[in-house]
Design a protein around this ligand. Sequence first.
Ligand code: PAF
Length: 280
Amino acid sequence: MIVSEIISEIRHKRWEDKSASWGLVPTMGSLHEGHLSLVRQAREENNRVAASIFVNPIQFNRKNDYDSYPTNLASDLELLEREGVDLVWTPQKSLVYPEIFQTYIDVTQLSKVLEGAARPGHFQGVTTIVAILFNVFQPTRAYFGQKDAQQEAVIRRMVEDLHFNIEIRSCPTVREKDGLAMSSRNANLTKKARAAAPVLFRALNLAKVAIEKGEISSKNIYQLLKNEIEKSECAQIDYISIADQKTLNEIKIIAGNVLISLAVFWDEVRLIDNIRISNK
Ligand code: PAF
């Protein structure tokens, strides 16, 4: 496995064999099974696999969140090597964002709702770094987790609008045994919050069951989710959304392809989760 901070070295390895297909797994490090499932999927679908490890400062809108983001480069590299990754880019912040840096990518509508409304500037940071990664690696395919459903939608929009010749692949959310979606931020939960946090997936499943039984009112589903989550006294709901999966516009009647997503604070730690529902 080649690990380098230097763009020319990454490009050299990338283009060594021009006929090889490459899967790219962009990460911010602190890797868990969720990331590894993306790597495995990339391994299955490509001749070579690349990853990036870079905690992207411009996608954090709260300094505290950036400062407390867990990092563990040595064990991340060990995990990637074990998974048979061929190439890893671990750039310095000053290389990616030199002082003179002034080019940002903004997906103007999709990135302003939900996570974008709660975290202004977040998706501009994500699309800017992902475009940089796409240009450095020029992968055949790039892999993202469905836990970040809006991120996937925003990146797909950018790829289509800017004609990146890259296939976007998304992989199912990987969960702990108790249903909590795997996230690097889980490590920052207090013991009490960690014990309570599986309520998010439980609530989403209750919503799913209610819809399967015929509930079509978003208002009722919203209330069901809110009641369930508020049973846990340390949860602070940031938002609950019931939206069209593609446009991310809120819907009143649950029909078609629906994304139910939520963000909840546990003290300073903000967790997101979602489920996709097809209600024909
Ligand atoms: O999903 C993430 O970990 C990040 O948003 C990404 C795509 C690596 C960009 O920094």
